[in-house]
Design a protein. Structure first.
Length: 382
């Protein structure tokens, strides 16, 4: 079974006026996503999702115009070979670094979908797991900056649906961050796990003020206080309190960058995104490295049901997986455009789809509804 074609479809959705969510990365204007279709000589078609970075057109072009010609003609089940070829040509020499990792991730995910469909096995089974329930937290683009009362109300809605963990956006300013986190803890009581994410905008001074309070309210982690490559700050911040682990990984690419996180010795929760880190092939390798150091893997998950489902399969087959990031964004039509992918249970858990491969029926007629829109997806205050 040979790869005969690789196509990338960039999609966009503009948020309704006044419905933005604000967090450390800025205020959302639109959502972007890239669907990757891989066709084979046996008629089996696989689908994957590549994260668009901040430039969906550029990543789609990289997939179709640069990576596709390198991979067409290869054996479609040779995910390791395809990975190696892209790594050699685009990641390690004269390439596009993170951009190539995003592009490769979507192709790799589609190749795993093909493997599963060809074997008539759901991905979790192919990866060596079983259809087990995975704990989930309410995440995605949600719980942004707002008055503490409405924030607690929004978090309460997710808890009422079944979520036993929620993720608050920090990084507004240390004073408001502290007030909101303390208020949400009081409002939700002790049984809910409160996770926090500063989306890379903290200074060390912010971290020194906020981390002791997060320890007081027993927060589950502080995610991305600093830029992804600011290892010195991560190392320093990890000394502030042993009670709140630092989390990162959604902006780290390939096992080689995760190995650097390990060497920095300051990030205790890893969050690879299968649509960014180099795909499922690389996600498995990253999780294996993490397991040897007793580091839990709590994947970041992006826009569409394809990545959500792939992530659930991956987690069901990973010994050291933690929480699934359930997208509860109020304005993300990509989540359910192929039908709902997961349903939160009263136990706070979700499970992967049961069909072969990723288990998502892709109806391409929906793509016409979301033509790609150029330009930035967020407005940022500097
Ligand atoms: Mg994050």
């Amino acid at each position: 079974m040979k790869i005969t074609s690789i196509t990338a479809v960039p999609l966009s959705y503009r948020l309704p006026e006044g419905k933005t969510v604000t967090m450390g990365v800025g205020s959302t204007l639109k959502r972007d996503a890239i669907i990757v279709r891989v066709e084979t000589s046996e008629g089996v078609t696989g689908y994957g999702e590549a994260h668009p970075g901040r430039s969906p057109g550029a990543i789609a072009s990289l997939i179709q115009n640069t990576l596709a010609p390198m991979l067409v003609g290869m054996n479609a089940t040779d995910v390791v070979g395809a990975w190696q070829r892209v790594h050699r040509m685009q990641l390690s020499s004269h390439g596009l670094g993170a951009g190539a990792a995003l592009a490769l991730s979507g192709i790799d995910m589609a190749l795993w979908d093909i493997r599963g469909k060809a074997a008539n096995m759901p991905l979790y089974e192919l990866l060596g797991g079983t259809r087990r329930r995975v704990p989930a937290y309410a995440g995605g683009i949600s719980l942004g900056y707002q008055p503490k009362e409405s924030l607690a109300e929004e978090a309460g809605e997710y808890v009422a649906r079944g979520y036993k963990a929620v993720k608050l956006r920090l990084g507004d300013n240390a004073g408001d961050d502290i007030e909101r986190a303390v208020h949400v803890r009081q409002a939700l009581g002790d049984r809910v796990d409160i996770l926090t994410d500063a989306n890379t905008v903290y200074t060390m001074a912010d971290a020194r003020r906020v981390l002791p309070v997060l320890a007081d309210i027993r927060a589950g982690w502080l995610e991305e206080p600093f830029a992804c490559n600011d290892f010195a700050s991560y190392r320093e911040a990890a000394k502030i309190t042993p009670l709140v682990p630092l989390a990162a990984g959604e902006n780290h690419y390939t096992r080689f960058e995760f190995a650097q996180l390990l060497e920095a010795g300051a990030v205790q929760v890893w969050q690879p995104d299968l649509s960014k880190c180099g795909g499922i092939t690389e996600g498995v390798r990253i999780a294996a490295i993490a397991s040897a150091w007793r580091i839990p893997v709590n994947p970041h998950s992006s826009a569409t049901g394809l990545n959500h489902a792939a992530t659930l399969h991956f987690m069901a087959a990973t010994e050291n997986s933690g929480y699934f990031e359930a997208c509860v964004s109020k304005f993300n039509p990509f989540r359910d455009m192929f039908g709902p992918t997961f349903e939160i249970g009263a136990d706070g858990c979700v499970e992967p789809p049961s069909g072969p491969g990723i288990g998502i029926e892709v109806d391409e007629s929906i793509f016409g509804k979301y033509p790609s829109i150029d330009g930035p997806g967020y407005v940022v205050k500097f």
